[in-house]
Design a protein around this ligand. Sequence first.
Ligand code: ADP
Ligand code: MG
Length: 693
Amino acid sequence: MLQEDGIMSVKGVGEKAVEKYQKIDIETVGDLLEHYPRDYDEVRPIREIRTIKEGELVAIEANMVSRPQMKLKGSLKILTTVMTDHSGKMLDVTWFNMPFLKNQLHMGTVYILRGRVAKKRDRLVMEQPKIYTKQEFYNIVGKLRPIYPLTKGLTNNAIIKSMEIALKESEDILEYLPKDIRTRNNLIGYKKAVKDIHFPKQKEDLREARRRLVFDELFLYILALKHIKQSAIQKKSTHLIKRDPEVEEFKNALPFDLTNAQDKAYDEIMKDMASGNVMSRLVQGDVGSGKTIVALLCLYEVVKNGYQGALMVPTEVLASQHVKTFQGMLGDRLVVDQLTGAMTAKEKKTVKERLKAGEIDIIIGTHALLQEDVEFSDLGMVVTDEQHRFGVRQRETFFKKGEEPHVLAMSATPIPRTLALILYGDMDLTVIDEKPANRLPVKNALVGTNYRENAYVFMQKRINDGEQCYVICPMVDESEDSDLENVTIYAEELRTIMPPAIRIEALHGRMKPKQKDEIMEKFAAHEIDILVSTTVIEVGIDVPNATTMLIENAERFGLATLHQLRGRIGRGSAQSYCIFMMGVTTQESKERLQVLERSNDGFYVASEDLKNRGQGDLFGTLQSGEKVFTLADIYEDASILEAAAEEAKKYSLEKLFSEQKDLTNVKRSFQGVENQNIRLMKKISQYMGDVTL
Ligand code: ADP
Ligand code: MG
């Protein structure tokens, strides 16, 4: 029997059963073997009746001391009897709708019964126990019995029977992982793992079986991603980028030295772009780690090599800021312009014409850059900032625009490393794990609303010292939630509270882009002291002189969002302060927010965030019943994931294919990985980017 054979070929599985199995997506023997138990029932040794408590599932070995009696209760046939063991205690036993037992059970005989004990009218009663012979019981005692996901008409016992046969008779449950990988990672054999995941003799067996199968699942998943990457992205590039001395000069003239991590990222990117292949790299760095300058240097190089560059960002505000930064730093060395949805049709038209004619070197914009009619003269590199907000599909759109530009994705959303491996397994990864040296860690305070007055006094002091502040409120629409602080009203009230010299403005997503720009510009130019804002400023905004942030109703935000918000301060050399103010203080929200108080490390915060929200939320089911992984749990199995990723580096699907005779498992795992990954990406975009602008 082979794994690809229909389930019919398992002895005892008839047409009826086939239909039932189909309902739980089991068509082949292989599907059946992959139908893992959802839990295990540990059959414990026989207990004395006198030690039994309500609610327990126990086995007893006892004498039947009363003749089984049948009662009718409506249509329910209830059979009752009484058992006693050497401990002298009696125990009532009942079976429902099993009238035939009446003639099979005999008073004065010793039976082994196993069932759950309930309390009825103050008496303990074992309900619906299974009856075992001594032999049967000793066969299962001490073992873990699998409990399978079921469907109507298919019992656990039926599945167990079929599973035993399938395990015994399948000829192709063969080892396919290279021996060195197994040795290095201490993995048990594949066949033993498949057997033990269903019928472990003891907990230790189960643990090892699971570890092996989880490893396989993740290893093959990553290999499959790698395969996709190689076939789809690692194409020959027509854009060979060499380092240009002018960029080197420019770099040396910067007012600061790059951090080691920035230097390393810059190096890796330049190596990629000189390699002859199309680059696909993700640069991950916590807020404030200085990703922009790295992108700028690389784009500069691309332009010096005769090509164009594009930088795509999620918001208009961020686009304008980047344009200003780029123009400010590059001066008239390069032509930098922008393309956003907020521009007039005429403005857009002009920019598009200039782009096509090659008159613009670096274009910075929002998703407007993705539109069909945007053409380039020769696009050499695309950088996306906060790319998890763009879909994978959108990322692909760029490939159609130029002759396959190099792609650099930058993300400040600190996706935990393990998650990044799964999500961006098709990209190379650079982590900027260091912040510029002049930074002091942000000081955090988690407070209730009674602290507001103090917070205002504190802000005044900061402003008197020449610094600036943010106040963040959750929402702008009054009608939505009256108890939430409203940005405009809040700003007005704050003006009456604060001394008149303090300049206060509001910023929210409902404003026209031009208005938003103006306000951001004024804030950056220090013409505003306190910016009262919604989360529009969450992503990317960089005003180093802003040192203090007060977040109202902090409990309403996710940890990842709060960390992003906090990333707006602590960007200069002065000490920064973040005040998380809870509108409603519950123990739960307090504990959740304490994570931010404890740590300024985005990776830590993100992993705590995911832990809190539970991977069930993210990975459990994408759509009803659609699991991403059968066994693996990205959190629980993080260390296995790391190990699998490490091994996957040295391997490829092709290599595995060429070494193995039997590929059933490899093929099975490969199926659907691509779609799965796209689904996962979508899900995580929703998950990470659930911010109302
Ligand atoms: P993010 O990684 O969050 O996008 P930015 O690129 O906006 O961070 O950088 C944050 C701030 O740090 C900017 O004002 C930038 O000019 C500054 N910066 C970047 N690199 C360095 C460095 N090596 N030393 C000092 N300041 C730096
Ligand atoms: Mg940034």
